[in-house]
Design a protein around this ligand. Structure first.
Ligand code: TYD
Length: 209
């Protein structure tokens, strides 16, 4: 089973996927925790370029192609082999992030994104946890983290965008949840980490009884 976690900046995605990984480990389920961009050695080099606030302007298609390069490498090198071994794969962001960041927000037509994805053999996840939160709360959390953590600040390219950009991201994700109702589960990401994880755990235990 291939499970992805998605959400706006500051939705608590990375914290929740870490807890999901621990939970499945305790249940004795073999599981790979990985992320995009940066799930491979090549991908980590791409991640530095993609997320640095420096490095000049870039065309939407230039950015899209780098995310897809990261994903293609990640699928072939990590995700598909792990699924082949029967492991559960938990991935922090994946193709839905491309649909909303490069599609809904940067304006690349969705049909074009789907066409390239098909060409590259990009598989869909089996299930997706969408951590949904209002944009003001999410950005407040993300910026507080960047203020106290220089490593997070070095990846602040998207946090620097304005509120209307992040509203498009949230709306884009909710539109995907309507388009893929069997795959994407919307989880309310407001509340304490424990409260949110209780919601996530219930889904995991339903999907992997
Ligand atoms: P992530 O490491 O999840 O950042 P955070 O934990 O701060 O949310 O994701 C890095 C950034 O990359 C995030 O701002 C969204 C962006 N991104 C895209 O624009 N397209 C993509 O296909 C992916 C995977 C990520």
């Amino acid at each position: 089973m291939f499970i992805t976690f998605e959400g706006i900046e500051g939705s608590g995605k990375s914290l929740q996927i870490g807890r999901a990984h621990e939970h499945l480990g305790r249940r004795g389920i073999p599981c790979l925790l990985t992320r995009e961009p940066g799930g491979t050695e090549f991908g980590r080099a791409l991640r530095r370029v993609l997320l640095s606030p420096d490095g000049g302007r870039r065309e939407p298609w230039s950015e899209l192609l780098l995310y897809l390069a990261d994903r293609h490498q990640h699928l072939r090198e990590e995700i598909e082999p792990a699924l082949g071994r029967g492991q559960v794969v938990l991935c922090d962001r994946y193709q839905d992030a491309t649909r909303v960041y490069q599609g809904a927000a940067r304006g690349i037509p969705m049909d074009d994104i789907e066409r390239v994805a098909r060409l590259l053999g990009i598989i869909e996840p089996d299930r997706t946890v969408l951590l949904d939160l209002d944009v003001e709360t999410g950005l407040g959390r993300a910026r507080a983290r960047n203020g106290s953590d220089p490593a997070a600040a070095a990846e602040g390219r998207f946090e620097a965008e304005d509120l209307s950009f992040h509203r498009k991201i949230r709306q884009g994700y909710l539109a995907l949840a309507r388009r893929f109702p069997g795959r994407i589960e919307v989880v309310d990401a407001a509340g304490s980490p424990d409260e949110v994880f209780a919601r996530v755990r219930e889904l995991l235990d339903r999907w992997l009884p």
